[in-house]
Design a protein around this ligand. Structure first.
Ligand SMILES: Nc1ncnc2c1ncn2[C@@H]1O[C@H](COP(=O)(O)OP(=O)(O)OP(=O)(O)O)[C@@H](O)[C@H]1O
Length: 603
């Protein structure tokens, strides 16, 4: 073992001399034209519920709802380019070599040392100690399936193991270069062999992953996209968490699974989360707080929400073949889309100088991880304590060894509108203006429609802020908060155009959603959405956002009590009336009701 560590010291020393770094992942993708043609899409079978309107399931478990029993639904996506144009796609151009920055001389890489090292280290039979793949398989990245590169993952694992013994060492850029080099040899053939569709289907997350040094196994096709004359947006992703990977590659314990155990959809999901394999639950959670301090704070049909320090971890079991809370578990590919959606919305929080659309209205996603294993006893304890006080509607979390989950690490957004106590009319109108402006910004940026903005999906918290910055189509605005800040959560039903894909949930085959009680504001809103979209859920209908704004005004008038005058109530009622004619949140935000809460910063 000593000898191996020494060998690695040599490799790393040579890297240090070269001054290598793991580059930060920065994916680039582009916005394209709005789709023109209708496209039929297949509904995928999955049961679901809406918070506050819970369903009695086939299993007859704890949840109930207005009439919603298990029904079919599935998240859908359409590649924007393919959607807009059904013509056969042109072959993508070959990936060009990036220009060498001025003032820098490109050195021809010399991997002789590393090659010798790998020859040596192979002789050490390290395979027996490391969880390396031992059969041929495929390695996937994004939509593409890349034949496994000989010895590559073995080497990566060896490298990670070596890192484990050399904590002080920096990242191996040389090793990364070997991977990139190997990948480059495959790039041309991949880009040649794949239709341009596969590039068009590349998601922001996938492209970000393809930009990491460790994951750079296939071409990102960024060059091809960048060549087109359309605005470019960027998604920043965290680099692959090497510490996590090291923990997974323990020499003393058997890892739960290697990537060979997973199908493509899970590998895509892992890739979007910057992982090579699922994390251990408690290790992932302990990054955010002392595990003993974890407290459950809420639950949905699919997710259990725990407070972990200043963050909230929403844990969603996936891909299991048994029901949870009476529902079929979500599939990895569905969650993959929610991951993309979350990261896409996160971009709105970037207030760069050239930003055209920004706002803090959507909950900040801090991290997303795939985990595996049964619920940790600490989580079970937190779950049971919450159950004792609130009486959970969910099943006790008993999961098998192989169970996978997606863990969304979110900013703590406060309490939902249902339970938040609004003090006065100013707080109520600040809530309205923030939601309206937030939706307007997301509409402008991504044709976003939330489609499920009931009072459980708007969180509120109090802080000392007076105003919040928004940018709508290049215009900088300050919005009065009266000390209350909102965060919109739960994008399960949302529709978004990421610029490469349209992500939406096809509600056509979910008849029960539209069968809620007559007169119930939430149920009526789903029915109004159906009328507006005519069941063409992939289409862009910003009016659905206005329907939820009208619902929100109704809720404030009928379900929330706060200090208000009859003049205030009249103002709310006339706002509601005027909203009937708006086609989008972008139009609604110009309503005179909001005028004195929006301060134009550009004039
Ligand atoms: N970022 C957050 N900050 C504070 N609380 C949160 C946060 N995210 C979720 N919660 C709490 O957890 C609950 C469940 O979250 P969420 O609605 O996202 O789950 P879900 O399973 O998607 O729900 P649904 O049943 O609507 O599909 C919320 O109602 C809220 O109380």
């Amino acid at each position: 073992m000593e000898q191996r560590v020494d060998l690695w010291s040599e490799v790393i020393k040579s890297e240090e001399e070269e001054g290598g770094d793991i580059p930060k992942i920065e994916a680039v993708y582009q916005r394209r034209k709005k789709p023109e043609n209708k496209s039929s899409s297949e509904a995928v079978n999955l049961g679901w519920l809406v918070k506050g309107t819970r369903t009695s399931s086939i299993n007859g478990l704890k949840r109930d709802s207005w009439a919603r029993s298990l029904s079919t639904r599935g998240r859908e996506s359409i590649a924007v380019r393919a959607y807009a144009n059904h013509q056969p796609q042109k072959k993508p151009a070959r990936r060009k070599k990036p220009a060498i920055p001025k003032g820098k001389v490109e050195k021809a890489p010399d991997f002789q040392k590393e090659k010798e090292y790998f020859r040596d280290i192979d002789a050490f039979e390290l395979l027996e100690e490391s969880p390396s793949p031992n059969k041929s398989s495929t390695w996937t990245m994004g939509e593409q399936v890349v034949p496994e590169m000989p010895h590559l993952s073995t080497r990566l694992e060896k490298w990670l193991i070596s890192k484990k013994f050399n904590h002080a060492c920096g990242p191996s850029s040389t090793l990364s270069k070997i991977f990139e080099n190997s990948a480059t040899r495959q790039e041309d053939s991949i880009c040649d062999n794949e239709s341009s569709d596969s590039c068009a289907l590349k998601t922001p997350e996938k492209s970000s992953a393809s930009n990491t040094s460790v994951f750079r196994l296939i071409p990102s096709c960024d060059d091809i996209l960048a060549a087109e004359d359309v605005p470019v947006r960027k998604i920043k992703m965290e680099a692959i968490d090497l510490e996590d990977e090291l923990k997974q590659l323990s020499l003393t314990s058997d890892p739960i699974s290697t990537h060979l155990d997973f199908d493509k959809s899970v590998l895509d999901l892992l890739s979007a989360c910057g992982q090579m394999q699922p994390s251990n639950f408690i290790e992932a959670l302990s990054k955010f707080c002392e595990p003993e301090s974890i407290v459950k704070i809420g639950e949905g049909t699919y997710g259990e929400a725990f407070r972990t320090g200043s963050s909230v971890c929403k844990i969603v079991p996936i891909d299991g073949d048994f029901r949870v809370n009476g529902e079929v578990q979500k599939r990895a590919d569905e969650l993959h889309e929610e991951v993309i959606l979350s990261w896409t919305l996160n971009q709105l929080r970037e207030f760069e100088t050239e930003a055209q659309n920004s706002c803090p209205a959507f909950i900040k996603t801090q991290d997303i991880k795939v985990c595996q294993g049964p619920y940790d006893p600490i989580l079970i304890k937190a779950w049971e304590e919450w159950d004792d006080i609130h009486g959970s509607e969910n099943d006790h979390p008993d999961f098998p060894e192989k169970q996978c989950y997606v863990m969304f690490v979110l900013e703590h957004g406060g309490k939902d509108l249902e339970s938040f106590v609004l003090l006065n009319f100013d707080e109520a109108r600040s809530l309205l203006v923030q939601v309206t402006a937030g939706l307007a910004v997301a509409e402008a940026a991504f044709e976003f429609e939330h489609r499920d903005l009931h009072w459980g999906n708007i969180l509120l918290s109090r802080n000392n802020s007076c105003t919040l910055p928004f940018i709508l189509e290049g215009k900088q605005i300050s919005i009065k908060t009266f000390g209350v800040q909102i965060s919109i959560i739960d994008f399960t039903l949302s529709r978004i155009n990421t610029g490469e894909k349209i992500l939406f949930l096809d509600l056509t085959s979910d008849p029960y959603l539209f069968k809620g009680p007559k007169g119930d504001k939430q149920a009526e809103t789903y029915r109004k959405m159906k009328a507006v979209t005519e069941d063409y859920w992939e289409g862009s209908f910003a009016r659905t956002n206005v329907l939820w704004l009208i619902y929100l005004v109704d809720i404030l008038l009928t379900k929330k009590s706060f200090e208000r005058s009859s003049k205030n109530e009249r103002e709310l009622r006339s706002l509601k009336k005027r909203m009937e004619k708006y086609k989008s949140a972008k139009e609604a935000v110009l309503d005179p009701f909001f005028a004195d809460m929006l301060m134009d910063q550009t004039s």
